[in-house]
Design a protein around this ligand. Structure first.
Ligand code: ADP
Ligand code: ZN
Ligand code: ZN
Length: 749
């Protein structure tokens, strides 16, 4: 008997399938998914891997010059299931990546998991987190500023894991404790003492919560999905209801049903809304049987949670995107909350969409798949209209609060009236009123450092990064210009390098600048700022929001991050500084995102008292703005879907992005041309393909970026065509260029 084995390694050369001989005494225990240790090359060290197929004959064994080696060891308890392997193979084909990349998502967190679990449970640990931007660190590594392999290993690990305890890091990176001190001295990391919380909930004393009596709308929805749970029926459902309309209560009762059937549940939520408050609601209803998986837990914590699931102690898994791979055995429901959120699509390898995988897994488990949203993805809603998904509309807020009153301010008039501030007169008035009444205000900016670029007002020169060809962003701390992509920085220019004019000005509305302006206008007001610069491991998203709430801070200034999660009873005013930020991005979903964000941010105001929302915009006539003022999703959907149809965008087709990047421009052009020609030579009329062109950001970190866009429904045939085009000897020879295929990518950059 022969086994096809995938080696569990990052090394490129090992990223293939290898044939091994199965020794006689293993023939009865071995199975697809088994974890095995195999000899490799000349070394004595065994590599670990997984069996992905078993067969009686091996083509390679028939070659007389080759003697296949035997599998050395098998660890059957650490096996994956056959279903895992099938899914990994399917993902590798669909998302154009290696099987091993997909298998990694299904393994317990941290390769040294076992040692971590057995480690003595410390109370206080030294916690390490990054002090510099990920981009900046990558830049220093690429440019040889960080030379030591150990340093690079530690930093790379931290960039992927957001900070962790030294004791975990030592095991996982095989680096001695003293090395961390040196890296700290070099300014890349900071080490602090921190309470170790191996059980994220152990300190909690949550009051038990009983199911509510469902209202009519909720009951209709519950009964219908509950029927599918009872009858083991795969089916798709969309619960469409505004925030507070009782979606979560329905999830909770459905899960109750699933548990009664002796089955298990997966609940996916966007990473950022995975707040303790959210988890508490599940704990209050179900207690210990809940496991939580997300990246803010230490690896040790994640490993514990994973084991709890694998051993069957936890029956409900709540987590971000990758929790779809939780090792449950008998899934009775999969729920995806805020299903429109972009975080369900991975934008690094494997570039999977958790919603697609959820469908596949629900189908395998004969169970319902439930989406919930106040602003469903246009694609999901189209499926509901086409009756591929059963839709339930919740029209009432479960706790009878009114929706806030939304007003639009035309920023063009402000300028004409001589107001050069970021705050319109109207918004200034409302802030003052709120301060007087001791109510809280949230001010929302569409992006971090949104266009805080430097421009010459005489000749239009814009300071750009020489590596990436995008505008540099002004940071007032240190008075520097920084590139958000590669970390390049320089001091601010006082004189235009093109025309020597002194009229160089900072444009834009960054959070820092807004905070300064607020402090000048209202020196008595307390403010707190939340953006990528202020949110670090020490000062988490969670802690900033808690401070805002508990210390009754007057004004919270923030980016996207303020939109989700918390419930602030004392917030009665929300100001959107410029709604247009994302309207003009080169992305077919830009308008949809703007609408969703505006509706969501408006929901922050007055959840208990009647609130006010002020949306400032330069495009007051844009339908995304008008519809969000009316909080009218249906109107928005109709306008948007018509436009998508006209322009042939999803849901009427899929978008496939084939991305080429590398330092050699001629090579990129040659390869992209080749791929384009090959696809063209075999494609049919249903496939639209555009000529290779530079990407919108055509250079990052000195690497050129080109792309080909295809529009068509992704079918098996289409996958074959793309594979045929990129699997080419001529391309393989060009080692400098890498090709990535991304289906319905989350950004078009
Ligand atoms: P959503 O998930 O749509 O935002 P929730 O399920 O969180 O809505 O409901 C909002 C609030 O209303 C919660 O405090 C919840 O406990 C409460 N609630 C939900 N359904 C009911 C009900 N049928 N009766 C009473 N309260 C309810
Ligand atoms: Zn100039
Ligand atoms: Zn750059």
């Amino acid at each position: 008997m022969y086994a096809e084995v995938i080696i569990n390694s990052n090394a490129k050369a090992l990223n293939r399938i290898f044939d091994y001989v199965v020794p006689r005494d293993m023939e009865n225990t071995i199975k697809v998914g088994a974890r095995v240790f195999v000899p490799f090359g000349r070394g004595k060290k065994l590599e670990d891997g997984f069996v992905i197929n078993l067969k009686e004959e091996s083509e390679i064994a028939k070659n007389e010059d080759i003697t296949l080696k035997e599998i050395a060891k098998i660890e059957i308890e650490e096996s994956l299931t056959e279903n895992n392997i099938t899914l990994a193979k399917l993902m590798a084909r669909k998302y154009f990546c290696n099987i091993s990349d997909c298998i990694k998502l299904m393994l317990p967190p941290g390769t040294g998991g076992k040692e971590l679990a057995n480690r003595a449970k410390e109370k206080v640990g030294n916690f390490v987190f990054l002090k510099k931007d990920i981009d900046e660190i990558n830049f220093d590594i690429e440019n040889g500023k960080i030379k030591s392999d150990k340093h690079i290993r530690v930093l790379r690990f931290l960039t992927e894991n957001d900070g962790m305890y030294i004791s975990d890091l030592e095991i996982l990176t095989d680096v001695n404790r003293s090395v961390f001190k040196t890296i700290e001295k070099n300014g890349y990391i900071e080490i602090i003492e921190k309470q170790i919380e191996r059980n994220p909930f152990v300190h909690k004393n949550i009051e038990k919560d009983e199911p509510k009596v469902l209202n009519e709308e909720q009951k209709r929805c519950f009964d219908s999905i509950s029927f599918c749970v009872e009858n083991n029926e795969f089916s798709k459902h969309l619960i469409y209801g505004i925030t507070g309309s009782g979606k979560t209560e329905i999830y909770l009762q459905l899960i109750q049903k699933v548990l009664e059937q002796g089955k298990e549940a997966i609940v996916l939520v966007p990473e950022i809304s995975l707040t303790p408050q959210m988890v508490d609601r599940f704990l209050a209803r179900f207690g210990d049987t809940v496991a939580v998986l997300h990246s803010k837990l230490s690896i040790g914590e994640r490993y514990d949670e994973w084991q709890k699931i694998a051993k069957g102690e936890a029956k409900i898994v709540i987590g971000a995107r990758s929790a779809i791979f939780a090792p449950l055995k008998n899934i009775g429901i999969i729920i995806i909350d805020e299903e429109h959120d972009i975080s369900y699509k991975s934008d690094s390898t494997p570039r999977y969409n958790a919603k697609d995988l959820a469908k596949y897994i629900a189908e395998k488990n004969n169970c319902p798949l439930v989406f919930g949203s106040a602003t469903p993805d246009i694609v999901t809603m189209k499926q509901a209209k086409d009756q591929e998904i059963q839709i339930y509309t919740l029209t009432k807020r479960a706790t009878n609060t009114k929706l806030p009153d939304v007003e639009i301010v035309d920023l063009r008039n402000e300028l004409a009236a001589g107001n050069r501030s970021m705050l319109s007169f109207k918004l200034q008035n409302e802030i003052e009123k709120n301060l007087k009444n001791k109510k809280q205000t949230i001010l929302f900016l569409n992006r971090r450092g949104y266009s805080t670029f430097v421009m010459c007002r005489e000749c239009g020169y814009v300071a750009k990064c020489k590596n990436c060809n995008i505008s540099l962003t002004y940071h007032s701390s240190g008075n520097r210009l920084k590139c958000h992509y590669c970390g390049f920085e320089m001091s601010v220019v006082k004189e235009c390098p093109e025309c020597n004019s002194k009229k160089v000005k900072y444009f834009g509305t960054g959070t820092q600048k807004l905070e300064e302006e607020i402090q000048k206008l209202y020196p008595q007001a307390s403010t707190i700022r939340m953006d990528i610069d202020t949110v670090s491991k020490k000062n988490s998203h969670e802690e900033i929001l808690n401070t805002f709430k508990n210390e009754n801070i007057d004004i919270l200034i923030g980016t996207q991050m303020v939109v989700k999660g918390h419930h602030f009873p004392n917030v009665t005013l929300v100001g959107v500084i410029t709604a247009d930020g994302s309207l003009n991005l080169e992305d077919y979903r830009a308008v949809e995102r703007t609408f969703q964000t505006l509706v969501q941010v408006s929901g922050r105001a007055g959840r208990e008292e009647n609130g006010k929302v002020i949306i400032q915009t330069y495009n007051p006539d844009h339908y995304a703005i008008i519809d969000s003022q009316k909080q009218d999703y249906d109107l928005f959907y109709n306008q948007e879907v018509n436009l998508r149809k006209m322009l042939n965008y999803p849901p009427f087709c899929d978008i496939i992005l084939i991305k080429f990047s590398g330092k050699n421009l001629t090579e990129i052009q040659k390869i992209s041309e080749l791929v384009y020609k090959k696809i063209n030579s075999v494609k049919n009329d249903n496939i639209q393909i555009y000529k290779p062109v530079p990407s919108p950001i055509d250079k990052i970190k000195n690497k050129y970026r080109w792309r080909i866009i295809m529009k068509c429904k992704v079918t098996s045939k289409v996958l074959d065509i793309i594979n045929f085009a990129i699997e080419d000897e001529r391309i393989k020879k060009c080692k400098d260029t890498s090709i990535v295929v991304d289906i319905n990518p989350s950004t078009m950059n």
